[in-house]
Design a binder for this molecule. Structure first.
Ligand SMILES: NC(=O)c1ccc[n+]([C@@H]2O[C@H](COP(=O)([O-])OP(=O)(O)OC[C@H]3O[C@@H](n4cnc5c(N)ncnc54)[C@H](O)[C@@H]3O)[C@@H](O)[C@H]2O)c1
Ligand SMILES: [Zn+2]
Length: 349
């Protein structure tokens, strides 16, 4: 089941023509970074009426208030109003931050997201989460709001690096792990190099939207989507800003899925053979870089600060088995540490 505002198509012209048929906008701007300007803009710009271009510098380290100010400033200088439209052309950083800027500019103007990375196509394309990082905390400031339209066009993936593609694949794997064992088998029957991205985009968006539809504001089942993310986010955060050790989101989530898979065997009944199956595929796909001892303490602190926690208990999504997750499982910092030890010793084998 694909949400009404999401169109999965490589025919951008048709999708946009249909959209503009019943919409009148005073002004239109396209938000890009230097990479989507180079690789993606030419596919889009001829299909649009006259428009402004707003360009920001790529990267998670720029998903912050300073960049928002630049975007709001550009919109203000070009005299955009509530009847204007912002088109976010890029990965999850552009989609989350451009959407947040649009949703808050003069209390809200329309925006379209055109995700151009696998990660943003299979994950950020659905669910209406918008926001930015703040004081080193990921997605700390934000709102829920759906874009007027999301166009998911797999043609954009042609220029994406293998590393970015692999990062997005982690969310595809996650969607199978929490909801669809049969699809896990489909995915793991092939290695990363021979995957059918078009098929996976459809599957992932279907899984995510099925979950989000019943719990848009993450009161319960939507937390399933956080599998791998409690520890994964913490691991991602402690590597932010480290040039050589930098981890992409999906790479950190792959580590988080192994750690939370390990905790699942202790607390949620996940069979150890299924954990080994997961570990084997994730190890093959991502390799396993050890987490340095110097980072343990901050990871634990960050897990305790996770947005999903209640009353200082780390609230984690675990797996009962491959294809079935369980939400709201309290875990201790000791269990997080054990899981990191488990993960670290895997690279010795
Ligand atoms: N809103 C949500 O529900 C949601 C879900 C998952 C992730 N996110 C957020 O998404 C962000 C990560 O997204 P991401 O992985 O797309 O990262 P990203 O936006 O930083 O993009 C990764 C890199 O790829 C480049 N790029 C983008 N499209 C390209 C293309 N077609 N060809 C060549 N290069 C291209 C970008 O310029 C950037 O350098 C995180 O901030 C995360 O919090 C949001
Ligand atoms: Zn994620």
């Amino acid at each position: 089941m694909i949400p009404e505002n999401v169109q999965i198509t490589n025919d951008l012209s048709k999708a946009l023509d249909k959209f503009f048929l019943d919409q009148q906008y005073s002004k239109i701007a396209v938000l890009v970074d230097e990479n989507t300007e180079t690789h993606c803009l030419s596919i889009l710009s001829d299909l649009l009426p006259d428009h402004w271009l707003i360009k920001i510098i790529s990267g998670e380290e720029n998903k912050n208030l300073t960049t928002c100010e630049q975007i709001w400033d550009a919109l203000t200088k070009a005299e955009f109003d509530r009847k204007s439209l912002l088109i976010n052309l890029g990965g999850g950083v552009i989609g989350d931050m451009g959407g947040f800027c649009a949703a808050t500019f003069k209390r809200g103007m329309d925006f379209i997201n055109i995700p151009t990375t696998l990660l943003s196509q299979v994950d950020a394309s659905v669910g209406g989460k918008l926001g930015i990082d703040f004081n080193g905390l990921k997605n700390h400031i934000g709102v829920f709001q759906d874009p007027k339209l999301v166009i998911v066009a797999s043609q954009f993936l042609n220029t994406l690096s293998q590393r970015e593609l692999r990062s997005g694949f982690a969310e595809v794997l996650k969607h199978a792990l929490i909801a669809d064992k049969k699809y896990w088998k489909v995915l793991t029957a092939n290695d990363f190099e021979s995957q059918d991205w078009q098929q996976h985009i459809n599957h992932s968006i279907g899984v995510k939207s099925g979950i989000v539809k019943n719990d848009p504001f993450e009161q319960g089942q939507r937390k399933l989507l956080n599998f791998g993310h409690t520890i994964g986010h913490a691991v991602e955060t402690v590597h932010l800003g480290l040039e050589r050790e930098r981890l992409l989101h999906g790479e950190a989530i792959a580590i988080g899925m192994i750690c939370e898979g390990f905790i699942s065997t202790k607390k949620a009944g996940l069979d150890t053979n299924e954990l080994l199956e997961m570990v084997q595929y994730l190890k093959l796909t991502y390799g396993l870089t050890k987490i340095g001892k110097d980072k343990f303490e901050r990871i634990l602190v960050l897990c305790q600060q996770d947005k999903k926690n209640l009353a200082n208990v780390i609230n984690c999504t675990l797996l009962k088995r491959i294809g079935e997750g369980i939400v709201n499982m309290p875990i201790s910092t000791g269990e997080v540490l054990d899981a990191i030890f488990y993960y670290n010793q895997l690279s010795d084998k």
